[in-house]
Ligand binder design. Sequence first.
Ligand code: SF4
Length: 282
Amino acid sequence: MRYEKRRTACISTQAGCAMGCVFCATGQMGFARHLTPGEIVAQPVAIARRLEAEGERLSNVVLMGMGEPLHNYDATLQAIRALTDPDGLGIGQRHITVSTVGLVPAIRRLAGEGLQVTLAVSLHAATDAERAKLLPVNRRYPLGALLAAVRDYSEKTGRRVTFEWALIQGENDTPEQAHALGRLLKGLLCHVNLIPLNPTGGMPAARRRRSASRPSRKSWRATASAARCACAGASTFRPAAASSRPKCCVRKPPQPDSRVKGARAFLMYHKVRKQRGATKDS
Ligand code: SF4
């Protein structure tokens, strides 16, 4: 992904995913297998090479492609250590983002690794009832346990945590939800990313209809500003957060880039190779 000042690789940690989030195409595919550390590292390495050939440098890596990185914990950690190795790509730890749907024990384990990576938590709803409808994992790790683990992560690492919020029209994009979000994040050193949702085929029909008619820019701005107000109000509670108020922004989709295709192309390449190998063998 080409942004003004950075080049970001979005990479996968699994083929498929076992988490079953209802709005996610990967979740609807089911789980195939964990990727090895080598397969995870190969993705940004391939992208870095392409960029280098064009005189550019890969600056950031986000583990937000296929799969739940913390479900493939050991391989993910090995890959992060390899990516940040000065003898390798030498990506700064603070330029790596690990996304999670909220696997509480793994978040707590990550907090003790002595890393400075950014933790991004897929939140999407501010109450357990609403969140469990979108993310089945919430039944196992409800919001109370998740937020407690995230607070510990932030305190131990001193890092600001990012919360991802995929906007689903009429469901979680209302000012009421934004204020509930602000109350939930009260005092937490955090940043909220509002993401325009790409509707997928497996979503329940009613939700798909609502998401397909994407909210207008005005509606997003209203939600963003309500969330910003709520978060800013909440931040005054804690001195650490008060000096750095939680920011809330609407993520703009990056321009499609045919030269940096990322993780999906990588997985597709290996799938095709495997199929060809199987055909040769038979
Ligand atoms: S954890 Fe991520 S990849 Fe897996 S189903 Fe949920 S959103 Fe999709």
